[in-house]
Design a protein around this ligand. Sequence first.
Ligand SMILES: C[S@@+](CC[C@H](N)C(=O)[O-])C[C@H]1O[C@@H](n2cnc3c(N)ncnc32)[C@H](O)[C@@H]1O
Ligand code: SF4
Length: 384
Amino acid sequence: MTEPLALYIHWPFCAAKCPYCDFNSHVRDSIDEARFAAALRRELAHEAARMGRRPLASIFFGGGTPSLMSPDTVAALIADARALFDAAPDIEITLEANPTSVEIGRLAAFRAAGVNRASLGVQSLEAEALRFLGRRHDVREAIAALEAARTIFPRLSFDLIYARPGQAEAAWRAELKRALALAADHLSLYQLTIEAGTQFATLHARGDFALPEGDDAARLYHATAEEAARFGLLPYEVSNYARPGAESRHNLAYWRYGDYLGIGPGAHQRLLSDGGMVATRRHRAPEEWALRVERHGHAAVEQEVLTPQDRAREALLMGLRLAEGVDPARIAARSGLPFAQAVDPAMLAALLDEGYLAWTPAGRLRATTEGIVRLDALLPVLLR
Ligand SMILES: C[S@@+](CC[C@H](N)C(=O)[O-])C[C@H]1O[C@@H](n2cnc3c(N)ncnc32)[C@H](O)[C@@H]1O
Ligand code: SF4
């Protein structure tokens, strides 16, 4: 119960909506930043008052585009979090930033505000791909942002999207090698997915483009791991690669099913207490969220005490994404359900037998390389 907290803070605005993105992000002609900053601070204070002082291991400013926030807002939220909780001496404070020139100019101010890890949304190092992905930066800006961020932040990660239409393995290996040469200690490498309700969903449905699938996607995935390993970056989660020790502690808290607090529009939260595991979701629409916080101190729209079955399912869904896999004793402790009851024993035996899952010598269950690329298909049959 005294697990350190991970704190997520959502900034829901972007300069433009990317055609592939279904995150809770909105474009507005003008944003009343003072209002949203005050509402974020109020919701944070409200939650902290309810749960009391706890150790705080990480803060993550995500979005949307949090690099569009003013550094003063970021500084105020960090100061509040430090005042309300017991920040670990090595607290990890990450901010997602888009690599446009405006934002590059603010990186030093974010560092001064207390951010010690930047995550840049580079997405591609190819001009044509950046255009296809509807990005507002070009390759030159992406590289300038990476070079600036490397000198400013002790820790740095960036995102790339691959398995794009028509992307050949050799071309991806070449692009990735260029990226790895620029990389610091962490990379997030996502295969492009088509999300319902996005512009890409419409274009894809009408046949404007197709994505690499099945064996082609699996080949790209294996090529990715191979190239990253040459640079000492190991996959510790399906899409995340790090030098040992440089894993994102904040994201590990989600995958290990730890306690996390989520502040801001649409943010999710999981907190375990005597009353069980409470899942909270906040209103997604920015203005309605702010209004509710102004009226009630918070904008939670759903608060549900999860059943042991729900908890075991969530813990396994998250944990089997990790290279380290899951510890059955932890699944039981976090869910209240014995591990043997959380999975279908016949399916577990079959998946172990077919080599998609394996037990480690330390008694953890993990997905094998073959299992990882089929995780989305395996999990529903494994879980009860
Ligand atoms: C919240 S978004 C990024 C934050 C920041 N606004 C940006 O665009 O750089 C987190 C990451 O998810 C990835 N992403 C979003 N939608 C995706 C999709 N449909 N397929 C693959 N990756 C996606 C992108 O790499 C993106 O950087
Ligand atoms: S990918 Fe980033 S910049 Fe693009 S719409 Fe999504 S959150 Fe905004």
